[in-house]
Design a protein around this ligand. Structure first.
Ligand code: NDP
Length: 303
């Protein structure tokens, strides 16, 4: 039976350590602070942000939510970010994506002071990651590395294949694996003979955004399979295709009208030696890593 890499459990470990670090900072008179900018009202974003703010509260991190309307201009947002950059009590600034189409997202992300860039998206932090220097790293791929480290999964010398080359997940994931001395291949929608490449992977990371895309024949026997994908499936036929008659998934579908599926087909995990479930795998770690980054930012700047 493959080992299930339980993201909820690992997130609990990380949060417990963050709470201790927050306490240590407080004893020196420093309360770490996170500001979240949420533009307009997008239901999914609101849920994410509320959960980030709640976790801050649980761990003793000060948080502030700024909620400009969806008509806000890039210039108004830049003014907001500049004010947060200038505040000593704010250690982390997070701009919840996606932003409305008229907002210049790139310009805004580049306006965040690199030392407060807890998402790790600023070019300075991207460059630091690339050159192996300490800095703030994107939460989702950093969470994957934490998971591998905490469950003693060796990375050095392994063949790692990352499917997906986004700035948020795929590219930083590949860079972190490379920095940990894996031999890394990045795949994308133009990759020829994708299955031939993935079959060589000792560590396979799927960050594609397509439900059940990675099938069992694409997975090397005994590989570690990390499923970053979070996809909502709304058709009962599809739920059956992925989960058969699994009563738990059927019940979720009946209750919510949808079921979350990763980028890896549930049957493909059978070939693995260890895998992350969806939900309860990588997704569970992202907020914990955001909290860890906020404390790290506070320690680096004020500690
Ligand atoms: P993007 O859409 O930005 O990137 C998807 C990548 O997948 C692209 O590089 C694309 O290639 C590649 N791709 C698409 N189709 C194929 C294909 N047929 N064959 C090979 N590669 C393909 O997505 P993100 O990176 O932002 O997110 C990926 C997934 O991870 C999503 O399901 C998202 O919901 C989830 N996610 C989960 C998080 C978490 O906390 N667990 C956080 C962030 C994202 P190309 O570049 O050629 O178009």
């Amino acid at each position: 039976m493959p080992l299930v890499l339980d993201g909820v459990e690992i997130a609990g470990e990380i949060k417990a350590e963050v709470a201790v670090a927050v306490q240590a900072l407080k004893e020196r008179g420093v309360v770490p602070g996170l500001a979240v900018i949420l533009v307009g009202s997008v239901a999914a974003s609101e849920i994410y942000v509320r959960s980030k703010v709640k976790t801050c509260g649980e761990l003793g991190i000060y948080s502030e939510m700024l909620t400009p309307p969806k008509t806000v201009t890039t210039d108004e947002l830049l003014t907001m970010v500049a004010a947060l950059n200038g505040r000593d009590d704010i250690d982390g600034i997070l701009i919840q994506l996606p932003l409305p189409g008229h907002v210049d997202t790139k310009r805004l992300l580049e306006a965040v002071a690199p030392e407060k860039d807890v998402d790790g998206f600023h070019p300075v932090n991207v460059g630091r990651l690339q050159s192996g220097q300490p800095g703030l790293q994107p939460c989702t791929p950093a969470g994957v590395m934490e998971m591998l480290r905490r469950r003693d999964i060796p990375v050095a010398g392994k063949n790692a294949v990352v499917i997906g080359r986004s700035d948020i997940v795929g590219k930083p994931m590949a860079m972190l694996l490379l920095n940990a001395s894996a031999t890394v291949t990045i795949c994308h929608s133009k990759t020829a003979n994708l299955a031939g490449v993935t079959q060589q992977a000792d560590i396979l990371v799927a960050a594609i955004g397509r439900p059940g895309f990675v099938t069992e024949d694409m997975v090397k026997q005994g590989a570690v399979v990390i499923d970053v994908g979070i996809n909502r499936v709304v058709s009962e036929d599809k739920v059956r295709e992925f989960f058969g008659d699994d009563p738990k998934r059927q019940a979720t579908f009946e209750k919510r009208g949808s079921v979350v599926v990763g980028d890896v087909h549930p049957e493909a995990f059978r070939a693995s030696s260890a895998y992350t479930p969806v939900p309860g795998g990588v997704g569970a770690l992202t907020i914990a890593m955001l909290m860890a980054n906020t404390v790290k930012a506070a320690e680096l700047r004020r500690g």
